[in-house]
Design a binder for this molecule. Structure first.
Ligand code: HEC
Ligand code: HEC
Ligand code: HEC
Ligand code: HEC
Ligand code: HEC
Length: 478
């Protein structure tokens, strides 16, 4: 414990993990060294049931030198110096052994009563944050960390006030909050847990993702969150195992699963038909896109040779991809014409994606030499007041999904009986807009922002949720 406390104070967090790797290498040297024959290293891997064929064997943290075992569990690798040896096989973890063959043990059958491990540094000796400081710091700053306590979610699930058509779910669906638990508070075993929930284990935490053994049977979108995961929580008497993407991990009691490199691990939560509406469609949009990058490639960039970013935020992804725009003006005798092209780069799904109420609002404002606002000369490409939250419709564009019921919009996703519209930008498409302003236009202001919720929800709950500005530019026309 004294060592861990010292590590916590180090400025360079990666070096803290590297130091630990060194310390743990001493532990894993309990794993017996294989026998050198001529210039080959040979050995045998087994499971409790017999030889482990098809296991991947490599020197610790050197998966580049890996070899597969044959049907008898034997392997042979060219000799490359002194290493500790690691074996990885889907569904198994490496047991520390003190002699003989390497032993791969099947992952435990799931024990739902086994408690999750609190990641907070210092919470226990098992706390993930004691050692994985960088991953913990990024996750602590993520939406996953507060998925059971977010402000907008809290307000949607607050006791209803006002009319039945409000943005309070419980006004029309008194039991409706149970439909949110499987993804927003996936570690809760009780269906009746009341959202919001606070605390490090209430949201989408480390141990939850890293106890995922496989996907259970079911269809993404229809089976939600934890119900589509097969976990491997050990009995409380057993040592905990964590599951991850490494085949050459320097730590024992960790298991390799290929799922961690696939978009499918995100699908149980990022695809969801909820209370009858297609509220989350990122995974199916990604499938339709058909590109070669996974969710992790864009949302979990590598931050060191053996670590990936764990914030998984939209703002992080925007550093490499997202909305692009180009605009130009054209003067005619009786109008100033503005052309705008928008498209996306480095994007593997629609823009915006995620929760159905997310939208992107673009506005273009024209003013004369005295800074007086000028109206558009045509009725094309106006954003309605319900979308912008402004008193009147204004020139601009809207990328969104919304529901119209009896001619009014937007409505909460759980309200039945409307027509759905979708104006979002697809990854490989472009949208073009034109506006006409009076010839005396002397200044134009283009602003594009990403907003998390509709103005009516924010107004009813008296909430201020800042939008993220994607574009903000003023042009003087002389
Ligand atoms: C005592 C320090 C320590 C603690 C506590 C700890 N880890 Fe690790 N963990 C390590 C080290 C060291 C490695 C090896 C990293 C490497 O080989 O690059 C590792 C590897 C991993 C891997 C990769 C496994 C693989 O095969 O892909 C995952 C995932 C992981 N840890 C998650 C967790 C989670 C989740 C927790 C908390 C429940 C946790 N760890 C607690 C030190 C620790
Ligand atoms: C080719 C890169 C790429 C891939 C692949 C990708 N994304 Fe994204 N994603 C982005 C970018 C860029 C953004 C930010 C867009 C913006 O400006 O709002 C984003 C935004 C998001 C958002 C935030 C939505 C919002 O508006 O708040 C979610 C959720 C998301 N992605 C989930 C996923 C999931 C799940 C997958 C895999 C099924 C995935 N992404 C695959 C690049 C990608
Ligand atoms: C939403 C699911 C999710 C959560 C929550 C999560 N991880 Fe991960 N983790 C992943 C995935 C997916 C990868 C594989 C990334 C890759 O290889 O592209 C990964 C990789 C890792 C690795 C292997 C090294 C690396 O960074 O690639 C470690 C260690 C790890 N996670 C620790 C943690 C810790 C500690 C926490 C909490 C602070 C945490 N994870 C929370 C999904 C998650
Ligand atoms: C157990 C369910 C679950 C899993 C698994 C999961 N997510 Fe999420 N994710 C959520 C929830 C819930 C939120 C929204 C939390 C909130 O804003 O309250 C979210 C939010 C996000 C966001 C938006 C963050 C922002 O800035 O608004 C991104 C991006 C994202 N997840 C990516 C991923 C990727 C990539 C994976 C797979 C490696 C993944 N998620 C796996 C439940 C999950
Ligand atoms: C299939 C899994 C799933 C289910 C079920 C689910 N959600 Fe979500 N929820 C998510 C994911 C994933 C995100 C993050 C997407 C993004 O960032 O745009 C999210 C984001 C949200 C947000 C935006 C949070 C913010 O702070 O911006 C709200 C509000 C929300 N969900 C409400 C609900 C409610 C209410 C229910 C239950 C009626 C529910 N969700 C059920 C997966 C789910």
């Amino acid at each position: 414990m004294a060592t861990l406390a010292r590590l916590g104070g180090w400025a360079n967090q990666y070096s803290a993990l590297s130091w630990l790797l060194g310390a743990l290498a001493i532990v894993s040297s309990l794993i017996p060294s294989p026998i050198p024959i001529n210039n080959q290293i040979t050995g045998r891997i087994r499971t409790p049931k017999g030889p482990a064929s098809g296991a991947l064997v490599s020197p610790a943290s050197h998966s580049g030198l890996a070899a597969h075992t044959d049907l008898s569990g034997n392997y042979s690798i060219p000799r490359q110096g002194q290493f500790n040896w690691i074996a990885a096989l889907e569904g198994h973890y490496l047991e520390p052994t003190s002699g003989g063959d390497l032993l791969l043990t099947p992952l435990p059958k799931d024990h739902p009563d086994s408690p999750w491990i609190d990641p907070t540094p210092g919470a226990s000796t098992k706390a993930c944050g004691n050692c994985h400081q960088q991953a913990f710091a990024h996750w602590q700053n993520s939406a996953h960390q507060k998925s059971a306590s977010g402000l907008i979610l809290q307000n949607m699930l607050a006791q209803p006030t006002g009319n039945q058509n409000s943005w309070h779910l419980l006004a029309t669906h008194p039991e409706g909050a149970a439909a949110c638990i499987a993804c927003h508070a996936p570690g809760q075993s009780s269906l009746n847990a009341e959202l919001p929930l606070q605390g490090p284990l209430s949201g989408t935490h480390c141990d939850l993702c890293h106890k995922v053994k496989a996907l259970a049977s079911g269809t993404p979108g229809l089976t939600h969150g934890r119900d589509l995961f097969e976990f491997a929580r050990p009995a409380t008497s057993q040592r905990p195992v964590v599951i991850g993407p490494l085949v050459d991990s320097t730590r024992e009691n960790v298991a390799y699963s290929s799922l961690f490199k696939k978009s499918q691990i995100c699908s149980p939560c990022h695809e969801g038909t909820v209370l009858g509406a297609k509220v989350y469609t990122s995974f199916s949009e990604w499938q339709a896109w058909g590109g070669s990058q996974t969710c992790q490639d864009c949302h979990m960039p590598a931050i060191s040779p053996r670590e990936h970013h764990h914030e998984m935020s939209a703002s992080l992804a925007r550093q490499t991809g997202g909305l692009r725009a180009r605009w130009s003006t054209e003067k005619s005798p009786n109008a100033l014409i503005v052309h705008l092209d928008i498209w996306a780069e480095g994007l593997g799904h629609a823009l915006p994606t995620g929760h159905i109420d997310r939208h992107i609002l673009g506005t273009i404002m024209a003013t004369d030499a005295n800074n007086r606002p000028l109206n558009s000369l045509s009725a094309d490409n106006l954003v309605p007041a319900w979308a912008s939250g402004l008193p009147n419709s204004i020139p601009g564009f809207l990328l969104a999904r919304w529901q119209q019921i009896n001619g009014t919009a937007p409505h909460p996703f759980w309200m039945p009986g409307g027509n759905w519209y979708d104006s979002r930008l697809l990854p490989a498409s472009r949208q073009h807009f034109t506006w006409k302003f009076p010839p005396q236009t002397s200044k134009l202001h283009l602003r594009i922002e990403h907003r998390r919720a509709w103005p009516e929800l924010l107004r009813q709950n008296n909430l201020t949720v800042p939008s993220e500005v994607l574009w903000d530019e003023t042009r003087n026309l002389n």
